[in-house]
Design a protein around this ligand. Structure first.
Ligand SMILES: [Zn+2]
Ligand SMILES: [Zn+2]
Length: 197
């Protein structure tokens, strides 16, 4: 039998090594990856198919690590895009065929607000994780437009910001009054504040 790179146990072990443990989120991420890759016709994500995949991950938690370890997609390769929606969902794209599939956890928790305290007192149990893929996940075919500047490969453009002078890659610059600006300068807000302005 030919080696199947999407063997569940093998993927779980890779996720454990990469993530540091096999928590519930990592297990979910592994199963989402296998479901997604199978659905887009990718059987060897880190081998012969490695240039044909991209994944959009909708949370920056444990499952993202698991998805990285199973798919081989990484931010540094520009093949993993983090869409920080805070949702247990990811979209797997076959770049060769254009087929894309979104895998999302079904809402199995009803309509109650769940607080951190409740989650800590009642973590995902083995019982929950023993549910079938169908019970846990909704899989739907989707369309994803990927702009040329978001694809792997050399940057399409690199310009210095007219205000701060720092270079902006990949067409993330904004044109204001005919000048190229970086987004923080254009928007006037940034995630950090200088300590000694
Ligand atoms: Zn974890
Ligand atoms: Zn700037």
């Amino acid at each position: 039998m030919k080696e199947n790179s999407l063997d569940l146990d093998k993927c779980l072990e890779e996720a454990r090594l990469f993530h540091g443990s096999l928590c519930a989120g990592a297990r979910m991420g592994v199963r989402m990856s296998i479901l997604g890759l199978n659905a887009i016709g990718i059987s060897d994500p880190k081998g012969k198919d490695r240039k044909n995949i991209m994944v959009f991950v909708e949370m920056d938690r444990c499952a993202a690590d698991a998805i990285l370890s199973v798919t081989g997609c990484r931010p540094g390769k520009r093949t993993m895009k983090i869409m920080d929606y805070g949702k247990m969902a990811a979209t797997f794209i076959n770049l060769k065929t254009g087929k894309a599939v979104r895998v999302a956890e079904r809402n199995n928790d009803g309509n109650e607000l769940i607080t951190r305290e409740m989650i800590q007192n009642n973590p995902r149990t083995l019982d929950y994780l023993n549910r079938t893929d169908d019970e846990l996940f909704a899989v739907s075919e989707v369309k994803v437009e990927i702009s040329p500047e978001d694809m792997p490969g050399s940057p399409l453009k690199s310009v210095p910001c007219a205000i701060c002078g720092e270079r902006v890659l990949d067409m993330r610059d904004v044109t204001v009054d005919g000048k190229y600006l970086c987004r923080p300068c254009a928007e006037g807000k940034r995630y950090y504040q200088p300590v000694n302005p």
